[in-house]
Design a protein around this ligand. Structure first.
Ligand code: CP
Ligand code: NVA
Length: 318
C-alpha cells in the first residue's frame, strides 16, 4: 500500500553507526532529564505488548517502566499463555496482537521466531533476548561505557566467557561504535559460524577477535565483562560448563591485569563463585547496577524512535 512497514529492532544489523550514536545521545538526554523545553511524554495512550518465553527481571521491568515514562502502558504475556506457533500460528499471533498494541517486545529461544513475528506484525518488534542476540543489553552497556569514558573510540572491552547472545550483540555494538572488543572463551565455545560470517560481511575492516586465554583478553583492557556460563535453555549443560569454564572466572587477579581504572561489567543475573567472584562483583570496580539502570534509558530512546511517528493507520494495516 506504499506506506513503509514498521521498524524493528531484532539485532544490531538494522542500525548504522549514526543511529547507534543518536540513540545513545537520546538515552543520555532522557536520563539527565534535560529534555527539550515543553517536552511531554510522547506515547500517551499507546500500549506495549511483551511476550516472554524465558524468565526476566531487568528486561521486563525496564521495558514496562520505560514505556510508562513515555506516557504509555504495557501488557505482559507469558509465552505459554499465548502459545505463539503452538496455540496458533506465529503469523496469526502477530497479525492479531498488532490490532491492540503499538509495539511488541519478545523474549524467546530461536531468533527465527522474532524474524517471523517481524514479517507479519504491523507494529515494531523488539528483541528482548533471543538465543542469538540481546541488542538492548549491548546498547545499554555502550551507554554505561560512554558514561565512564566519553570517547568510546579505541577503548578496550574484554568479554570473558561463552560466545553467547550477549557476546554477539556486544561485538556488533562495539563494531558500530569503534570499541575494541575481544572474546576470551574455551575452545568450542566461540561464536556460531553463521554469526562470524555475517559479521565479516558487514564489518570487513573489523577483526572479530577471539582468544582462548582470559588473561590475554583482560590485559590492558578498560572493562572486563562476564555473563553466565549456561544461558537460559542450556540448564542441562550447566554442570559440564562449570568445569570447562572454570579457567574463565573473573577474579581480582584477572582484574589486576586490566588498566588500573578498569571496570567490571555483567548483564546480570550473576552467579557469584562461578563466572565472577563476589570480591569483583561486589567490589569497587563493579558497575553492574549502573548497567541495569541504563537498560531503561536506552529502551526509552529506542521505543520513542520506533513508536512515536507511527500512526494508528500504520498499525491497523490488516
Ligand atoms: N540482563 C537481563 O536481560 O536480565 P533479565 O534476564 O533479568 O531480563
Ligand atoms: N546469556 C544469558 C543472558 C541473560 C540476561 C542468557 O541468555 O541466559
Amino acid at each position: 500500500d506504499g506506506r513503509p512497514g514498521p521498524r524493528h529492532f531484532l539485532d544490531l544489523r538494522g542500525i548504522d553507526p549514526d543511529r547507534a550514536r543518536a540513540l545513545l545521545d537520546r538515552a543520555a538526554t532522557l536520563k539527565s532529564g534535560r529534555v527539550e523545553p515543553g517536552w511531554t511524554p510522547p506515547l500517551l495512550g499507546r500500549n506495549l505488548g511483551l511476550v516472554f518465553e524465558k524468565p526476566s527481571l531487568r528486561t521486563r521491568v525496564s521495558f514496562e517502566a520505560a514505556f510508562a515514562r513515555l506516557g504509555g502502558s504495557s501488557i505482559f504475556l507469558r509465552g505459554k499463555d499465548v502459545g505463539m506457533g503452538v496455540r496458533e500460528s506465529v503469523a496469526d499471533f502477530a497479525r492479531v496482537i498488532s490490532q491492540y498494541v503499538d509495539a511488541l517486545a519478545v523474549r524467546t529461544f530461536a531468533h527465527s521466531m522474532l524474524e517471523e513475528l517481524a514479517e507479519y506484525a504491523a507494529i515494531p518488534v523488539v528483541n528482548a533476548l533471543s538465543d542469538d542476540a540481546h541488542p538492548c543489553q549491548a546498547m545499554a552497556d555502550m551507554l554505561t561505557l560512554r558514561e565512564l569514558k566519553p570517547d568510546l573510540a579505541g577503548i578496550k572491552l574484554a568479554f570473558v566467557g561463552d560466545g553467547n547472545n550477549v557476546a554477539m550483540s556486544l561485538a556488533e555494538a562495539a563494531a558500530l561504535l569503534d570499541v575494541d572488543f575481544v572474546l576470551a572463551c574455551p575452545e568450542g565455545y566461540e561464536y556460531p559460524e553463521t554469526f562470524t560470517a555475517a559479521f565479516a560481511a558487514r564489518f570487513p575492516d573489523v577483526p572479530l577477535q577471539v582468544v582462548h586465554d582470559a588473561r590475554e583478553a583482560a590485559e590492558g583492557s578498560d572493562a572486563v565483562y562476564a555473563d553466565v556460563w549456561a544461558s537460559m535453555g542450556q540448564e542441562h549443560e550447566a554442570d559440564q560448563r562449570r568445569e570447562i569454564f572454570a579457567p574463565f572466572q573473573v577474579d581480582e587477579d584477572l582484574m589486576d591485569l586490566a588498566r588500573p581504572d578498569a571496570v567490571f561489567l555483567h548483564c546480570l543475573p550473576a552467579h557469584r563463585g562461578e563466572e565472577v567472584t563476589s570480591g569483583v562483583l561486589d567490589g569497587p570496580r563493579s558497575r553492574v547496577f549502573q548497567q541495569a539502570a541504563n537498560r531503561m534509558y536506552f529502551q526509552m530512546a529506542l521505543l520513542e524512535w520506533l513508536v512515536q511517528d507511527r500512526t494508528a493507520e500504520d498499525r491497523l494495516r490488516y
